[in-house]
Design a binder for this molecule. Structure first.
Ligand code: FE
Length: 138
């Protein structure tokens, strides 16, 4: 089921940067995102609707300047769409629940999938695993 909000409602909930990327399919500048170097264990959820999207277990350093993953938590939670804007043939990745733009997926990723989900940090919200939070407190 989609979390349908009007663009006006999204504008109220999201920051202008989040709105630009999630709702207007913008891209954050490379090497600026808050999760690029995040190596903590946890789950990346949609910054728009909170749906679980990617796990730290599949995150890798692609060298591109954007947080990269070789698989989503579940294919059911994302949507892939052809994106031929800017004279490029790419595959856009969206949050299935709210339709928010996350980034693109390419076929030059590492094993085992060979996929590279190249995402905007700003489209994501990181939830650290409870047990690793506990460990860091001890
Ligand atoms: Fe979402």
């Amino acid at each position: 089921m989609k979390a349908i909000k009007s663009e006006e409602e999204w504008k109220e909930i999201l920051s202008s940067e989040e709105f630009h990327v999630l709702r207007e399919k913008g891209t954050e500048p490379a090497f600026t995102g808050k999760y690029l170097k995040n190596k903590k264990k946890g789950t990346y959820v949609c910054a728009g609707c909170g749906s679980k999207l990617f796990s730290s277990d599949t995150k890798f350093d692609s060298g591109t300047g954007w947080p990269s993953f070789w698989a989503p938590v579940s294919k059911d939670n994302i949507e892939e769409k052809p994106d031929n804007r800017f004279g490029m043939r790419r595959t856009e990745v969206l949050c299935k629940k709210c339709g928010g733009h996350l980034g693109h997926v390419f076929n030059d990723g590492p094993k085992p999938t060979g996929q590279r989900f190249c995402l905007n940090s700003i489209s994501l919200s990181f939830k650290e695993n409870e047990d690793s939070v506990e460990k860091s407190k001890k």
